[in-house]
Design a protein around this ligand. Structure first.
Ligand SMILES: Nc1ncnc2c1ncn2[C@@H]1O[C@H](COP(=O)(O)OP(=O)(O)O)[C@@H](O)[C@H]1O
Ligand SMILES: [Mg+2]
Length: 215
């Protein structure tokens, strides 16, 4: 199953969600994380260098790196992807039960191909009404008909609860019933490079609930 994390906005939790979900599935299934965002945040998380090496023209077995976690491999980001034309199929057709793609925030040929080849697009979004607007704009572009919004950084505030209610008015296949709370442990991930789900049972449960909506 190929799952991409996408939103045309940055800073909404694409990388954070990608890393935690990929780590969780790797506890049971052979998992590959492909960092297709040239900013390379997922690569940084797993201490992999972002290189200019034209990965789409290389033999996939040469560009897949192992991580410190047993069933979790990664294809680090590649700055050459800026000039992307085509060739995603070969790296996506690898023998993994789960492939997570950390996608870039802009819509170009690469993102269109990512969307076309994915079984599911998770759209992480911050809990405000404008996020719904962005999500509707994405839907209207018909990039993939399995695009689901996932609220991230949710607090107990009345405003956030209002957004949850607004989201619940969408068709059921367009949103995750579970959401990810705002958490210092999640925020600390870019410092300690440890998936938050390894450090907190509460956070693990939140991501597991999301995963259960997928599997
Ligand atoms: N649930 C959360 N609680 C607290 N901080 C979060 C949460 N999700 C993401 N962040 C923080 O927000 C910032 C942006 O998240 P990131 O996953 O890098 O977004 P994106 O990949 O969409 O640009 C990061 O500093 C991250 O640590
Ligand atoms: Mg990112």
């Amino acid at each position: 199953m190929i799952i991409s994390l996408f939103n045309s906005k940055g800073g909404v939790g694409k990388t954070t969600t990608c890393v935690n979900l990929a780590y969780l599935t790797s506890l049971k299934y052979k998992t590959l994380l492909i960092d297709l965002d040239i900013q390379g945040a997922s690569s940084y998380f797993f201490d992999k260098k972002v290189k200019k090496r034209n990965l789409l023209n290389k033999n996939p077995s040469k560009i897949i790196k192992s991580t410190q976690y047993k069933n979790l491999d990664i294809i680090p980001a590649d700055t050459k992807l800026e000039n992307y034309k085509k060739g995603l199929e070969t790296i996506i057709n690898q023998d993994y039960e789960f492939i997570f793609i950390d996608a870039p925030a802009n819509i170009n040929q690469l993102t269109k191909d990512i969307m076309r080849l994915s079984n599911l697009i998770i759209v992480p979004a911050l809990p405000n009404i404008l996020s719904l607007r962005t999500y509707n704009q994405l839907l209207s572009q018909n990039l993939n008909n399995n695009l689901k919004i996932l609220l991230n950084r949710v607090e107990k505030s009345p405003l956030h609860q209002k957004v949850i209610k607004a989201i619940a008015k969408l068709p059921k296949n367009q949103y995750f019933k579970n959401y990810i709370p705002k958490s210092n442990i999640i925020e600390a991930m870019s410092f300690d490079k440890i998936p938050a789900v390894r450090k907190s049972e509460k956070i693990k449960k939140a991501y597991m609930n999301v995963l259960r909506e997928i599997i």
